[in-house]
Design a protein around this ligand. Structure first.
Ligand SMILES: Cc1cc2nc3c(=O)[nH]c(=O)nc-3n(C[C@H](O)[C@H](O)[C@H](O)COP(=O)(O)OP(=O)(O)OC[C@H]3O[C@@H](n4cnc5c(N)ncnc54)[C@H](O)[C@@H]3O)c2cc1C
Length: 417
């Protein structure tokens, strides 16, 4: 990428600029890392009292994997991650109906494909910025006032502070988005499903390194074995409701209603759910915006363009957007409008394509009819035919974007952490 000014000039101009990042999930700590590497001064605020645990697992590959490698994290990611053998669809008795060896993903990505806990990826990213970035847990931004040369941010606990820029990395239900760009409903596109996940210890049966999926019309239930005798369960079901219950008891009731009459291991899994103190529960939505910034405030990751779980790549995209935004802020030497404009121009077409792909995939994940389920299983069977899987998913798996190269004067310091 051509640079009009010398890297040293950017560095001296940017050094000391303060940037508040809301949200320490995937995009937030990645952004903090690269801003530090560029010589800026990020502050990260996270609403949760401590790094989150549990949740669900994410498949991780593509340019997100490349960025993690540049951050010096790939060794740890592969150590704590899982290398799946098989995706298996079963019938109500547990008999295999369809499936495929997941080595196809390894082949399409030259072995750079791993599955790991989203919270574990987040924890690794947060550890990477320890000591170089101010990280505040158990607080959040409740007000933003944009001035000519700064933003005044009000915190729930910590009073008011001023920053040069504020970035929302606070996920699908971003507070920064609603404060600076408008209410959630203006940008949220419901995909017609809800998702829930929880994990338990000691569940039987276990099928090591196999992702087992059972489907009935309009609902699927997945089982995934993890280390330390843990099992993760994933529910995805069709719903016309645009809201989901917030209280744990109501969420459990909703799952009982949807899956209570279900076959396979549904009743056993619901009994486990009954005892579980934790449950991830949300609607499956995308965020679609014409612009990802307003004045001195910008958005990254799910806050800007949530692609949904159906893309299977939201974490990687969150990291890509964080890397590009940090690079463009540094490159523009403090001119935030130029930086935000280039960030948008570089990523928009790429993200649009991912969102469209995910929307197409929705009906495949939890087909609404028995016929749809049958058809889906036939397609999955075709994955076993050599070369066909590459043809079917190759276009979605291989990222076409080329990551820009930026100048990172403090990269060695950040990466060595
Ligand atoms: C079931 C499921 C399966 C998925 N599978 C995959 C997959 O296979 N591969 C993949 O790449 N992606 C997958 N995803 C998507 C992926 O998890 C997200 O795209 C990714 O986590 C987005 O990262 P983020 O940092 O933008 O947002 P998040 O990870 O959601 O992080 C946002 C952070 O902001 C914090 N926060 C929220 N509000 C505030 C506030 N007001 N103030 C301060 N902090 C706040 C939250 O506590 C959280 O820590 C899946 C998602 C789901 C739900």
């Amino acid at each position: 990428m051509a640079c009009a000014r010398s890297p040293a000039t950017y560095f001296s101009r940017m050094n000391g600029k303060t940037i508040l990042i809301s949200g320490a999930g995937i995009a937030g700590p990645t952004l903090a890392f690269w801003l530090r590497a560029a010589g800026l001064q990020p502050t990260l605020v996270e609403r949760a009292p401590e790094p989150r645990t549990g949740g669900y697992v994410v498949d991780f590959w593509g340019l997100g994997y490349d960025i993690a490698e540049r951050m010096g994290l790939i060794g740890d990611i592969n150590r704590i991650g899982y290398h799946m053998r098989e995706m298996r669809i079963v019938d109500q008795t547990g008999k295999r109906l369809a499936g495929f060896g997941t080595s196809v993903f390894g082949e399409l990505t030259n072995g750079r494909y791993v599955t790991l806990g989203r919270s574990e990826l987040s924890r690794l990213l947060i550890e990477k910025i320890k000591g170089t970035t101010e990280v505040i847990f158990d607080d959040e931004v409740v007000g933003l006032q944009q001035q000519q040369d700064h933003v005044r941010a009000s915190f729930r606990q910590a009073g008011e502070r001023r920053f040069d820029l504020v970035i929302g990395a606070d996920g699908l239900h971003s507070k920064v988005r609603s404060l600076a760009l408008g209410p959630q409903q203006r940008f949220e596109k419901h995909l017609g499903y809800a998702v829930a996940a929880f994990e338990v210890r000691g569940y039987r049966p276990r099928d090591e390194d196999v992702y087992v999926m059972y489907g009935e019309p309009g609902r699927m239930l997945g089982r995934f074995t993890m280390r330390d005798d843990r099992t993760l369960f994933l529910f995805v079901f069709a719903t016309g409701d645009e809201t989901v219950p917030e209280a744990l008891a109501l969420q459990k009731t909703m799952l009982q209603t949807r899956y209570g009459a279900g076959k396979w291991e549904c009743s056993r899994i619901l009994a486990e759910l009954d005892r579980s103190p934790q449950l991830y529960f949300d609607r499956v939505s995308q965020i679609r915006m014409d612009r990802w910034s307003q004045g001195r405030v910008a958005l990254v990751g799910d806050a800007a363009f949530c692609v949904s779980l159906l893309a299977g790549q939201g974490s990687a995209l969150a990291m890509i957007s964080a890397y590009v935004l940090a690079g463009e802020i540094a490159r523009a030497g403090g001119r935030h409008e130029e930086a935000f404009g280039r960030y948008d121009a570089l990523l928009r077409a790429f993200i649009n394509k991912k969102q469209q792909g995910a929307e197409r995939f929705a009906s495949v994940f939890a087909p609404a009819t028995q016929w749809g389920l049958y058809l889906r299983n036939q397609i999955i069977r075709a994955f076993a035919i050599k070369g066909l899987a590459r043809l079917i998913v190759g276009g979605d798996i291989v990222d076409t974007l080329r990551l820009p190269d930026y100048h990172w004067p403090l990269l060695h310091e950040s990466a060595a952490n």
